[in-house]
Design a protein around this ligand. Structure first.
Ligand SMILES: Cc1cc2nc3c(=O)[nH]c(=O)nc-3n(C[C@H](O)[C@H](O)[C@H](O)COP(=O)(O)OP(=O)(O)OC[C@H]3O[C@@H](n4cnc5c(N)ncnc54)[C@H](O)[C@@H]3O)c2cc1C
Length: 407
């Protein structure tokens, strides 16, 4: 079979998610011919709790307009996060500025992509690329058939397991730790956990990342666990624990799903922004805020990526150079959330941690600190401590994070 001639476009974006929608909006508004390819059929399912941060909410409204009802699950909003500890009392931490939407990713992402005005080709997978001085040749597989694009710029917005990143840096996946997360949706017999909050457990006996929240009349119970460990056993352990500790009674789980996560890159400032005419954005680049909140950073980094390409297209500066300069603002926002100096002396989060702590007595606050320290020890094996401290000092002295650590 003879492959058809490559299609010429200004920009090809891989992955039809929120970072892609934000990036596409900037490119389409500037009049650049842009195509998004998505491997799944659209609208596509995406595993996600869907709790949008206030900044992410503002971005969506300002760029795409008010959110239609179908872009949200029930309950339609979330007031904040409830932290639970083995010994300390649980604390409710409210979002600053009030409740935010509980997004139904299948519909919200599709809505944002459509609102960007970009052309989309679904059931089309990225299959590889060849870079040249003035273009990038991209191989894709569209409904089983090979096709090619010849793009002036390519954007990898294809999420944590990005094939675009793998094509640029074959050694990269083996050089970072991978995390697995899984969730099951249960029928509810009795659930005293407040439905208005996302619940998170700082409990070393439960796993790296343990959460629960209400969705469409059912209860999600999720757990992060090491590669090689058994999801069902880790999940069952959490169900048993929340039953005993919080009186939660759940019926059988009807849906179960999981995925791999590149968690950790924003903690240690090891982002991946691409090479030459290929730019990486969203979670593929390593953006993940605290509580695995990645949508606001995906939106903002996607927009910065799009703006950098527009700048390159109209003013001739290399897009990669512009992007790496402009992305410092988003790196600061994201990595600040993990920066111990800023957590202790600043306010890097969009939820009011200090207001919640002020409601506790001094001895209860000490219990919280003790429980968090015990929990954080779970992560000791990744040897991130020194890197986090080094980057925090760099941020204190220079006002930004060290760009030489980026891929
Ligand atoms: C269990 C869980 C819960 C989460 N909860 C929250 C939350 O409550 N709040 C929050 O803000 N964040 C949450 N996150 C994180 C959030 O989902 C991500 O950070 C965010 O979706 C990243 O957006 P993105 O645009 O970078 O890419 P993604 O949303 O990952 O999308 C990438 C897209 O690229 C497509 N793609 C991948 N490979 C290819 C290919 N080869 N060719 C073509 N297309 C491809 C995918 O199908 C997908 O559509 C959660 C994540 C998980 C796993």
């Amino acid at each position: 079979m003879i492959a058809p001639a490559p299609r010429n476009v200004d920009v090809l974006i891989i992955g039809a998610s929120l970072s892609a929608a934000a990036c596409a909006k900037r490119l389409v508004d500037a009049g650049l011919e842009t195509v998004v390819i998505e491997r799944k059929k659209l609208p596509r399912h995406k595993i996600c709790s869907g709790i949008l941060s206030p900044r992410g909410h503002r971005f969506l409204v300002e760029n795409f307009g008010p959110l239609p009802r179908e872009t949200m699950h029930e309950p339609t909003s979330c007031r904040g996060v409830t932290f639970h500890f083995p010994k300390a009392p649980s604390i409710d931490i409210d979002f600053i500025g009030g409740p935010t939407p509980h997004l139904y990713r299948k519909h919200s992402d599709w809505w944002a992509i459509k609102r960007s005005g970009v052309e989309v080709q679904d059931e089309t997978s990225f299959a590889g690329l060849e870079t040249a001085a003035d273009h990038v040749l991209v191989n894709v597989t569209r409904r089983g058939r090979p096709e090619q694009f010849r793009a002036k710029w390519v954007v990898g917005a294809d999420g944590p397991t990005s094939m675009v990143v793998r094509a640029l840096y074959p050694g990269y996946p083996a050089s970072i730790p991978w995390f697995l997360v899984g969730q099951k949706l249960h029928d509810i017999v009795r659930c005293p956990l407040d439905q208005a909050y996302f619940h998170f457990w700082f409990h070393p006996g439960l796993g790296h990342y343990t959460w629960s929240h209400a969705r469409d009349g059912r209860q999600i119970v999720g757990v992060g666990f090491d590669v090689g460990h058994n999801f069902d056993a880790a999940h069952q352990n959490v169900v048993k624990y929340i039953g005993k500790r919080h009186g939660v009674e759940l019926g059988p789980a009807r849906d179960s799903e999981g995925c791999g996560e590149n968690f950790g890159l924003s903690l240690i400032n090891r982002y991946v922004f691409g090479k030459g005419r290929v730019l990486i954005t969203g979670q593929a680049a390593g953006f993940l805020n605290m509580m695995a909140e990645g949508m606001s950073a995906a939106l903002h980094s996607g927009a910065i990526c799009g703006e950098s390409i527009v700048e390159a297209a109209f003013h001739g500066e290399p897009a990669q150079y512009v992007y790496r300069r402009a992305i410092h603002s988003e790196v600061r926002r994201c990595s600040d959330q993990w920066n111990p100096l800023l957590i202790a002396f600043g306010r890097p989060h969009e939820a009011d941690v200090w207001a919640a702590l002020r409601k506790l007595s001094w001895s209860e606050r000490m219990m919280v600190i003790g429980d968090v320290v015990m929990f954080v020890r779970l992560y000791a094996k990744f040897k991130w401590g020194r890197q986090i401290l080094g980057q925090s000092v760099e941020r204190l002295l220079s006002g930004k994070y060290d760009a030489r650590r980026w891929w």
